[in-house]
Each structure stands twice: as C-alpha cells, then as structure tokens.
Unconditional design. Structure first.
Length: 444
C-alpha cells in the first residue's frame, strides 16, 4: 500500500497517543502503590503544606498520625499523632508540653526491691508503664501534649504500635515521636568519669533538638520527664503549673525557704529555723552581684528584695529502696559530695572536714520544710524538671559547653547544670518543691 504524507501524519499521531497513554498508566500505577516498609492500612495524600516531606497517614480507633522526614541531613523521621477523642484546642489554656528522651526500649529501666518487709519485687518497665503514670496525673488530655525522641528505629516502631493499640484514648491530645539516628547517645553514663562530660554535651544537644522541634506557641509550660522515672506523686504536673501561676500574681517570698539548718558538723551560717519561711538571700545563680536590691551571698537582704519568679522547678528523686539518686539539684557552687559521702551524711549523720563549704544537695535542704514551701536552688537535674516555656522562647537552652569556670568537673554548667545560672541572669529563679514531694527512679 502506498503511504501518503497524510497517512504518515495520522500514524505518527496515533503512536504519540499510545506512548502518552502508556506513560500516564505507569505513573498512576506507581503512585497508587502502598509505601514501602509500612503496614497496610488507610493512606491519604499528604496535605500540600507537608510536601514533599510527607510520607503517609494512619489511623486507629483513638488516634491518627502522619509521618514526615525531619530533614535530609539527619535521616530522621517524625510521626505526629492526634487524639480522635480529645484533639488539641486552638485556645486551650495552661497547656503542658511533656518531653522525654527514650533512646531505646531499655531506657525505661528496671527496679529491684529486696526488702521483703516492703514487698520485694523485680520489675522491668515499658512505654505502657510510662503512659500509665502520666495518665495517673489526672490532667485533662486537652491540656497536654507529648514530645518523645529516640535513636532506635525498633523503639520508634514500638512507640507507634503502642499508641495505636491503646484500649482507650491517649492521656495527651497530641504527640510528636521523633526518630533521630544521627545524634546517638555516647556509650557509658554520667557515672563514667571518662565519658561524663561528653555524655552531658550530647544530652544537651538532644534536649535542645527535641525542644526546638516540638515547642509551639500554644504551650505555656514544659515538663521534662526521664523515661526511667517510674513513679510520680499524684498532682505533680498540676502543682508545677500552680506554683508558676502564683509567682505571676504575687511575690512568693513567703513560700521560699532561704535558710535551712543543715547539720554538717560545723558552725554554718545557715542558722535559720528549719522550715521557717525567711527572706531569701540573693540567688547564687546571679553571678554579677549587681545593684538590684538582691542582697549578698552572706544572707543579708535589702528591704526592696523580692523572690525571683519561678522559672524552673524540680523535686527530690529516690529509688525504691529510699536512696537519693539525684546528682543534679544543689544550692551553692562548692565541692559536691560524692554519692557515697552524701549517703553517709543523710543516712548516718556523718560529717566531713570542710563540709560547711560544700554545695548542699536538695535532700539536705528538705528536712523540716512543708509541702507548700519552695527551696531555692542554684542547679537542677533533668529527671523531673519544670521549665517555663517563656524562658525557652527568650533563649534559655541546655548549655553544651562550660559556662562557668571551677576547679571541679561538676557544677561548671554543662547540660542541666547551667540552666539556673543562665535563668538567673534572665531574672528567673530555680526552686525545689519542699516537704514530702518526691519521685521514684528505676535502679537500672
């Protein structure tokens, strides 16, 4: 058959149409496949605001979530969960952002109580236990959100499946679970002298990353909770919020126990009656000793002095056997007793040479105080820590370097140790809850 130019043109158009149809078919087929590595379920196209980072969306009876990449450089992932029964309100008052670093499934710890008279037990704790102890605080879910950071992909999937399988609504209205493999924890803990400073530097970086990735305008309060804190007093979160609110409305000087009789076997200047509210001395976190009417380190005060408003709060930390395990909450910048020395001081009333010049642990400052009182501190630990969100927005972060010089490693300002030092320069105070307030920490 003779092929004319008109027949050739038609033939070429037909071929082009077939090619276009084939390419379109392949494109549609490829884009309807389930994402690799995710369980089968309900998927929706990501909202335009999350392109091109959004990966997938999932839902269960009580919660839904979508996943995004953290950034191309970290290789991390974020899963954002929203309660289907208690979604976060746009104008919810006094919202708390609960922050936890749970690097792997062993982070939640173990507890062993060998005293048969107190019901000895051996317990391995899990993420489900963490959820239960937060739920026991009794806070409305609409008032709280969770930010959780892990460096383990196995843990990342476990935390996700745990939330999806909950038999009831989450104790928070929303949650952000972050997987960040590029900033792993350093082997060895704070008790490893060779790795102690490096570990604190890494922990400071992780804490700052989690804060920066989760803090939004709707939060007024931050509560840091270590995964291996296994028991909390009822109403603790509400107490944190209450105390912060009190300092907004009034001078809290009458609540602050500035001087507590510390039996250290010396003629200490701290001669105030134990537990008696007194005018607080100048917070030692103010390194400048400026002309602000705050008095001097010797305890003298001026008539114009007021207590600093609450910026950070913490409480006593013990294990199941009643041993104090907090190495972060202190008053003063002197030498800190070792764990053994502190146990000798607290449990056996032992005194050491030069002890009156040592820093005082929170546990040493508590005897004789009442639950409604506050203990002025110059350093706080991070196991259970309240932070006013306003301070973070103003620039308060966990220092990743020394911020003050000293002749000993502890107390130079790394990680949580420098928070009060910086907050003091910003005009805010650090306090511990007095009286019987305490939390329990796992043994391992």
């Amino acid at each position: 058959m003779k092929v004319t130019p008109s027949r050739l043109l038609v033939s070429r158009r037909a071929q082009a149409s077939l090619v276009t149809l084939a390419v379109t078919t392949l494109f549609l087929a490829f884009n309807t496949l389930s994402p690799v590595g995710h369980p089968s379920g309900f998927y929706t196209s990501p909202p335009p605001t999350h392109r091109p980072l959004a990966i997938s969306a999932h839902s269960s009876t009580y919660v839904k979530y979508y996943e995004t990449a953290l950034s191309s450089s970290t290789g991390g992932r974020r899963r954002s969960f929203t309660s289907l029964t208690d979604p976060p309100g746009a104008t919810a008052a006094q919202r708390i952002l609960l922050l936890t670093i749970a690097d792997d499934l062993d982070t939640f710890g173990e507890s062993t109580l060998r005293d048969a008279r107190r019901g000895g037990y051996n317990r391995t704790w899990t993420f489900n236990d963490y959820i239960a102890r937060v739920r026991a605080q009794g806070m409305p879910a609409s008032q709280m959100s969770l930010g959780l950071l892990t460096g383990s992909l196995v843990a990342f999937e476990n935390y996700t499946s745990t939330l999806l399988a909950l038999p009831r609504a989450m104790p928070w209205s929303s949650a952000e679970i972050l997987y960040l493999p590029s900033l792993p924890l350093v082997p060895g803990g704070d008790n490893d002298a060779g790795n102690g400073r490096r570990t604190r530097q890494y922990m400071a970086r992780l804490r700052n990353y989690l804060m920066a990735s989760t803090l939004s305008d709707r939060y007024a309060h931050l509560v840091w909770l270590d995964a291996d804190v296994v028991d909390l007093p009822r109403g603790l979160f509400a107490r944190f919020v209450e105390v912060a609110g009190l300092s907004d409305r009034q001078d809290i000087k009458s609540l602050v126990v500035a001087s507590v009789r510390v039996d250290d076997g010396s003629d200490s200047d701290e001669t105030g009656e134990a537990g008696a509210p007194m005018e607080p001395e100048m917070p030692l976190s103010d390194p400048d000793g400026d002309e602000s009417g705050q008095g001097q380190h010797d305890g003298t005060v001026k008539e114009t002095q007021v207590a600093r408003p609450v910026g950070l709060l913490t409480l006593r930390l013990q294990n199941a056997s009643g041993r104090d395990v907090d190495r972060g909450s202190w008053r003063g910048y002197g030498r800190r007793p070792t764990a053994w020395e502190l146990s000798q001081i607290l449990d056996k009333g032992h005194s050491f040479k030069g002890q009156k010049d040592w820093a005082k642990a929170l546990a040493q400052l508590l005897p004789g105080t009442r639950d409604e009182e506050l203990i002025q501190l110059d350093a706080v630990g991070g196991s259970v820590l309240y932070m006013r969100a306003e301070l973070v927005r103003e620039g308060l972060v966990f220092p990743v370097y020394r911020i003050r010089e000293g002749d000993h490693e502890e107390g130079n300002g790394g990680e949580t140790e420098g928070l009060c030092y910086v907050a003091g320069r910003m005009g805010w105070g650090c306090y511990g809850l007095g009286g019987s307030w305490h939390a329990l920490h796992a043994d391992f």
